[in-house]
Ligand binder design. Structure first.
Ligand code: HEC
Length: 141
Protein backbone atom coordinates (compact mmCIF):
# COMPACT_ATOMS: atom_id res chain seq x y z
CA UNK A 1 0.00 0.00 0.00
CA UNK A 2 1.41 3.41 -0.95
CA UNK A 3 1.43 6.14 1.70
CA UNK A 4 -1.11 7.99 -0.39
CA UNK A 5 -3.52 5.04 -0.37
CA UNK A 6 -3.07 4.79 3.38
CA UNK A 7 -4.01 8.42 3.83
CA UNK A 8 -7.06 7.94 1.65
CA UNK A 9 -8.12 4.86 3.61
CA UNK A 10 -7.64 6.63 6.93
CA UNK A 11 -9.75 9.51 5.66
CA UNK A 12 -12.52 7.15 4.60
CA UNK A 13 -12.42 5.43 8.00
CA UNK A 14 -12.73 8.69 9.91
CA UNK A 15 -15.58 9.67 7.61
CA UNK A 16 -17.53 6.51 8.26
CA UNK A 17 -16.91 6.74 12.02
CA UNK A 18 -18.30 10.27 12.05
CA UNK A 19 -21.30 9.14 10.04
CA UNK A 20 -22.00 6.42 12.61
CA UNK A 21 -22.18 8.87 15.53
CA UNK A 22 -25.69 9.23 16.95
CA UNK A 23 -26.40 12.53 15.29
CA UNK A 24 -29.53 14.55 15.74
CA UNK A 25 -28.86 16.31 12.49
CA UNK A 26 -31.69 17.31 10.24
CA UNK A 27 -30.84 14.70 7.62
CA UNK A 28 -31.53 11.89 10.10
CA UNK A 29 -35.00 13.08 10.98
CA UNK A 30 -37.85 11.81 8.85
CA UNK A 31 -39.82 15.06 8.65
CA UNK A 32 -42.37 13.41 6.37
CA UNK A 33 -43.79 11.97 9.60
CA UNK A 34 -44.53 15.42 11.04
CA UNK A 35 -48.18 16.36 11.41
CA UNK A 36 -49.00 19.08 8.86
CA UNK A 37 -48.86 22.73 9.89
CA UNK A 38 -52.23 24.20 10.81
CA UNK A 39 -53.89 26.51 8.30
CA UNK A 40 -54.62 29.15 10.94
CA UNK A 41 -52.93 32.53 10.39
CA UNK A 42 -51.99 35.34 12.78
CA UNK A 43 -50.62 32.98 15.43
CA UNK A 44 -48.68 34.45 18.35
CA UNK A 45 -46.85 32.93 21.26
CA UNK A 46 -48.88 34.70 23.94
CA UNK A 47 -52.24 33.99 22.38
CA UNK A 48 -51.83 30.50 20.90
CA UNK A 49 -48.76 28.65 22.18
CA UNK A 50 -47.87 29.70 25.71
CA UNK A 51 -50.66 27.74 27.38
CA UNK A 52 -49.64 24.53 25.60
CA UNK A 53 -46.04 24.81 26.76
CA UNK A 54 -47.08 25.76 30.28
CA UNK A 55 -49.18 22.64 30.47
CA UNK A 56 -46.64 20.19 29.04
CA UNK A 57 -43.13 21.61 29.32
CA UNK A 58 -42.41 24.50 31.67
CA UNK A 59 -42.35 22.54 34.96
CA UNK A 60 -39.17 20.79 33.86
CA UNK A 61 -37.78 23.63 31.79
CA UNK A 62 -37.75 26.43 34.35
CA UNK A 63 -36.26 27.53 37.65
CA UNK A 64 -32.64 27.46 38.75
CA UNK A 65 -31.80 24.16 37.08
CA UNK A 66 -33.97 23.62 34.03
CA UNK A 67 -33.59 20.20 32.37
CA UNK A 68 -30.85 20.25 29.75
CA UNK A 69 -30.21 23.89 30.80
CA UNK A 70 -33.18 24.73 28.62
CA UNK A 71 -35.45 27.39 30.04
CA UNK A 72 -38.88 27.78 28.52
CA UNK A 73 -39.82 30.77 30.68
CA UNK A 74 -39.57 33.37 27.93
CA UNK A 75 -39.91 33.32 24.16
CA UNK A 76 -36.25 34.27 23.48
CA UNK A 77 -35.11 31.45 25.79
CA UNK A 78 -37.46 28.98 24.11
CA UNK A 79 -36.01 29.84 20.73
CA UNK A 80 -32.40 29.79 21.93
CA UNK A 81 -32.26 26.19 23.20
CA UNK A 82 -30.20 24.64 25.98
CA UNK A 83 -27.10 22.56 26.57
CA UNK A 84 -27.19 21.10 23.07
CA UNK A 85 -25.95 24.54 21.95
CA UNK A 86 -28.29 24.51 18.99
CA UNK A 87 -31.36 26.66 18.55
CA UNK A 88 -34.53 24.82 19.58
CA UNK A 89 -36.56 26.83 17.10
CA UNK A 90 -35.58 28.14 13.70
CA UNK A 91 -38.11 30.84 12.93
CA UNK A 92 -39.77 30.26 9.58
CA UNK A 93 -38.69 26.62 9.42
CA UNK A 94 -40.72 24.32 11.61
CA UNK A 95 -39.40 21.19 9.89
CA UNK A 96 -35.84 22.24 10.78
CA UNK A 97 -36.63 23.07 14.42
CA UNK A 98 -35.43 20.44 16.93
CA UNK A 99 -38.29 21.34 19.33
CA UNK A 100 -40.76 20.24 16.66
CA UNK A 101 -38.94 16.95 16.06
CA UNK A 102 -38.98 16.25 19.79
CA UNK A 103 -42.66 17.00 20.41
CA UNK A 104 -43.55 14.82 17.40
CA UNK A 105 -41.45 11.92 18.79
CA UNK A 106 -39.16 11.82 15.75
CA UNK A 107 -35.92 11.59 17.74
CA UNK A 108 -35.44 8.56 19.93
CA UNK A 109 -34.58 9.38 23.57
CA UNK A 110 -35.59 13.00 22.98
CA UNK A 111 -39.35 12.61 22.96
CA UNK A 112 -40.89 15.64 24.70
CA UNK A 113 -42.49 15.44 27.16
CA UNK A 114 -40.42 12.33 28.04
CA UNK A 115 -42.38 9.14 27.38
CA UNK A 116 -42.46 8.02 31.02
CA UNK A 117 -43.74 11.41 32.27
CA UNK A 118 -46.82 11.76 30.11
CA UNK A 119 -49.25 10.95 32.89
CA UNK A 120 -48.29 14.31 34.43
CA UNK A 121 -47.30 16.28 31.34
CA UNK A 122 -49.65 15.66 28.45
CA UNK A 123 -48.19 14.93 25.03
CA UNK A 124 -49.25 17.45 22.40
CA UNK A 125 -51.94 16.24 20.01
CA UNK A 126 -51.33 16.22 16.24
CA UNK A 127 -53.49 19.35 15.99
CA UNK A 128 -51.44 21.11 18.68
CA UNK A 129 -48.17 20.12 16.98
CA UNK A 130 -49.65 21.49 13.75
CA UNK A 131 -50.36 24.75 15.55
CA UNK A 132 -46.80 24.95 16.89
CA UNK A 133 -45.51 24.30 13.36
CA UNK A 134 -47.69 27.02 11.84
CA UNK A 135 -46.62 29.46 14.54
CA UNK A 136 -42.94 28.77 13.82
CA UNK A 137 -43.48 28.94 10.06
CA UNK A 138 -45.10 32.36 10.59
CA UNK A 139 -41.93 33.59 12.32
CA UNK A 140 -42.37 32.43 15.96
CA UNK A 141 -43.52 35.86 17.14
C1 HEC B 1 -40.54 15.62 32.95
C2 HEC B 1 -39.62 16.66 32.54
C3 HEC B 1 -39.70 17.23 31.13
C4 HEC B 1 -40.80 17.75 30.49
C5 HEC B 1 -42.23 17.85 31.01
C6 HEC B 1 -40.34 18.25 29.22
N1 HEC B 1 -38.99 18.03 29.09
FE1 HEC B 1 -37.81 18.67 27.52
N2 HEC B 1 -36.19 17.80 28.42
C7 HEC B 1 -36.22 17.05 29.58
C8 HEC B 1 -34.95 16.40 29.76
C9 HEC B 1 -34.57 15.45 30.90
C10 HEC B 1 -34.14 16.79 28.65
C11 HEC B 1 -32.73 16.32 28.33
C12 HEC B 1 -32.84 15.05 27.48
C13 HEC B 1 -31.54 14.51 26.99
O1 HEC B 1 -30.69 15.30 26.53
O2 HEC B 1 -31.36 13.27 27.05
C14 HEC B 1 -34.95 17.69 27.85
C15 HEC B 1 -34.49 18.33 26.71
C16 HEC B 1 -35.27 19.15 25.89
C17 HEC B 1 -34.77 19.89 24.75
C18 HEC B 1 -33.32 19.99 24.27
C19 HEC B 1 -32.73 21.33 24.76
C20 HEC B 1 -31.25 21.47 24.49
O3 HEC B 1 -30.87 22.33 23.69
O4 HEC B 1 -30.46 20.73 25.08
C21 HEC B 1 -35.86 20.52 24.19
C22 HEC B 1 -35.87 21.42 22.96
C23 HEC B 1 -37.01 20.18 25.00
N3 HEC B 1 -36.61 19.37 26.04
C24 HEC B 1 -38.28 20.62 24.74
C25 HEC B 1 -39.39 20.28 25.51
C26 HEC B 1 -40.75 20.67 25.18
C27 HEC B 1 -41.14 21.51 23.97
C28 HEC B 1 -41.54 20.14 26.14
C29 HEC B 1 -43.06 20.20 26.23
C30 HEC B 1 -43.81 19.76 25.07
C31 HEC B 1 -40.70 19.45 27.10
N4 HEC B 1 -39.40 19.55 26.67
C32 HEC B 1 -41.15 18.84 28.26
C33 HEC B 1 -37.28 16.97 30.47
C34 HEC B 1 -38.56 17.39 30.23
Amino acid sequence: MTPKTKTLLAGALVGSLLAALPARAAEDVDVSKLPPAAAKTGLTYDKDIKALFENSCVKCHSGDRPKSKYSMESLPAIIKGGSSDEAAIIAGKSDKSPLVWYIADLVEEMEMPPLDKRDKYPVLTKEQIGLVRAWIDQGAK
